[in-house]
Design a binder for this molecule. Structure first.
Ligand SMILES: [Zn+2]
Length: 118
C-alpha cells in the first residue's frame, strides 16, 4: 500500500517537473500543484512508516515505566472505577498516549493517566 502511494508520488513529482520545465503560466501552476501533491504524499508515507517503526518500542517503554516506575501503581491497586473489581495485566491495553483498562466484570473502559489517584 505504501509503496503504491510512493510510486504515485514519484510519478506526480516527475509529471510536475515536466510541467515546470515546459513553463507557461498555466503549466507552471499545474506543475507546482503536482509537485506539492507529491511532497504531501511522500510526507504521509514517511510519517506513517516512522510511526509504525517506532510504535512497538514506544509501547514497551511506556508499559515498563507504568508498571515499574515509581511503585505507585502496583497490581493490587488496579481496580475498576465502576465496580471495584481487581484488574489483571490482561485487562491493560497500551494505546498511544496512555493505558486503557477494560473491566472483565462490568465492561467499563477507563483510561490510566500518568499519575492516577486511586
Ligand atoms: Zn467493573
Amino acid at each position: 500500500m505504501e509503496s503504491v502511494i510512493l510510486f504515485v508520488a514519484i510519478f506526480l513529482m516527475l509529471l510536475g517537473v515536466i510541467f515546470l520545465i515546459a513553463a507557461g503560466a498555466q503549466n507552471l501552476a499545474t506543475g507546482v500543484a503536482l509537485v506539492l501533491m507529491a511532497v504531501v504524499l511522500i510526507a504521509f508515507v514517511y510519517r506513517s512508516k516512522r510511526m509504525e517503526a517506532s510504535k512497538p518500542t514506544l509501547v514497551t517503554q511506556n508499559f515498563n515505566v507504568t508498571m515499574s516506575g515509581s511503585g505507585q501503581m502496583e497490581k493490587k491497586e488496579l481496580m475498576c472505577k465502576s465496580c471495584g473489581a481487581p484488574l489483571a495485566d490482561d485487562d491493560l491495553k497500551v494505546v498511544q498516549g496512555g493505558v486503557l483498562l477494560t473491566c472483565p466484570y462490568c465492561g467499563t473502559i477507563s483510561s490510566l493517566e500518568e499519575s492516577p489517584k486511586w
